[in-house]
Design a protein around this ligand. Structure first.
Ligand code: CLR
Length: 420
């Protein structure tokens, strides 16, 4: 047995008895990614043109569809376009899914997408991502385009458990997408997933079950995921249906649009409940190049910024130097331990920079400024502490705690006047 497969076998044994906290998982070096999880929110906006597209859709005289429905179709196209970056990019750039660096409390990742549109109507789009909790790990983020008054904000935490062959991952949190000029907000839930190929030391992500996009105008998109050997037989398959509202969604024949195909490849769209033989291309992931964000050079970054803070660990990972990885990681971990001790001694707690933890127990549909409670209700979704996309009154919701949710603090962000 080679040393690689020996360490892999012991890694598999360790995940078989593993308890759900991803930070406690010690993986062999060749499965480590030099990138921190706090960077992952960048995947939401690598197709800035699609992210901003709804702002430029106008009602035409001969339109069959309401303009809000055209917006929903555009939001769904953007959402589908994010999936390849979110779930395939490590496989493409690193040769397989990897274990990201576990962000420390207060870790930041800042970047921007400069306007590359021909019309120059896009303006720049900024990303701010912050590790707002360490136990459990939670990353909060906002992506803002001031020119078009478009803001995506959300937060994300994962819980994972091992079955016989796969690591099953449930995402907690959601995203809210606001087009202020259009006076529309969209609630986006995060799909469940599992990691396959672990036994073969070639892990990759497969999405499963459903996720939802609920528009404040009523329209709802239900997206169903499947992998190899399910309804299409191809990996990364999905079928999405757009309905007038969640009531109509009970009956698939009421679908206004059906979109089907591979989110990492080509998908097609038809009116109604089935894909017509002459259906038009909805999105072609291979024809649209992702636009990576730009990040300040490491020398100009602050000490809490991810790439600067993890630089030595990342270099050690790239050099495959296990001892050095361990050594450099321990420095960061010890620093963090000291900080927490000091906070305890001073009777203080860490103050998050750009996000607030909002206790939803004390909020109602009318006092929740983000519109989240209303949107969750419109989609029959639970707003408790349950995996993203859990339905109201489902068995998982019974007895679940009322949740708090992480929200972007625009004022703090604006007064910080960060240089990107
Ligand atoms: C984080 C939030 C992003 C979408 C996303 C994509 C891939 C997920 C990641 C999230 C969370 C961490 C994750 C990763 C795939 C593999 C990795 C589940 C949900 C785990 C920790 C790696 C385990 C080790 C294997 C390689 C065996 O928007």
């Amino acid at each position: 047995m080679s040393s690689t497969s020996a360490t892999w076998t012991s890694f598999i044994k360790s995940i078989a008895s593993y308890n759900g906290d991803l930070s406690s998982l010690t993986a062999p070096p060749f499965i480590l990614s030099p990138t921190s999880l706090v960077e992952y929110p960048q995947y939401w906006s690598e197709h800035v043109d699609l992210f901003l597209a709804p702002n430029f859709i106008r009602q035409e005289a001969n339109d069959i569809d309401a303009v809000e429905l055209k917006h929903m179709v555009a939001v769904l196209r953007w959402f589908i376009s994010t999936l390849k970056s979110q779930y395939c990019s490590r496989a493409e750039s690193l040769g397989g899914e990897k274990k990201p660096l576990n962000p420390f409390l207060g870790e930041l990742f800042l970047g921007k997408w400069t306007d590359q549109s021909a019309s120059k109507q896009h303006g720049d789009t900024l990303l701010v991502s912050e590790q707002v909790s360490h136990h459990p790990p939670i990353t909060a983020y906002a992506i803002e385009n001031k020119t078009n008054k478009t803001v995506l904000q959300g937060y994300n935490g994962v819980r994972a458990f091992m079955s016989t062959t796969a690591l099953n991952v449930r995402q907690y949190g959601h995203a809210l997408l606001e087009y202020q000029n259009l006076k529309e907000t969209y609630l986006i839930t995060l799909p469940p997933l599992h990691i396959e190929g672990i036994l073969m030391a070639a892990p990759f992500v497969e999405l499963e079950q459903k996720s939802y996009i609920q528009s404040s105008a009523g329209y709802v998109a239900v997206i169903e995921y499947s992998g190899k050997g399910y309804f299409s037989g191809k990996s990364n398959s999905f079928k999405a249906r757009i309905f007038k509202d969640i009531r109509e969604a009970q009956d698939k024949t009421k679908a206004l649009y059906t979109i089907s195909g591979q989110w990492s490849g080509v998908s097609k769209i038809s009116r109604g409940n089935t894909l017509a033989s002459d259906a038009q291309v909805f999105y072609d992931a291979n024809a649209q190049k992702a636009q990576p964000l730009s990040v300040k050079p490491i020398e100009e970054q602050g000490p809490l910024e991810s790439r600067r803070a993890w630089q030595k660990v990342a270099d050690a990972i790239r050099a495959n130097d296990y001892n050095l990885i361990h050594q450099e990681k321990s420095i960061i971990e010890n620093e963090q331990r000291e900080l927490r001790k000091k906070e305890q001694a001073d009777n203080t707690t860490w103050k998050q920079k750009f996000f607030d933890e909002i206790d939803y127990k004390s909020l109602t549909e009318d006092t929740d400024e983000t519109g989240y409670i209303k949107l969750a209700k419109m989609a029959n979704l639970s707003h408790k502490n349950v995996p993203s996309g859990t339905k109201q009154d489902s068995s998982k919701e019974q007895g679940a705690e009322e949740a708090s949710h992480w929200r972007f603090n625009q004022e703090k962000f604006d007064t910080a006047k960060l240089a990107f």
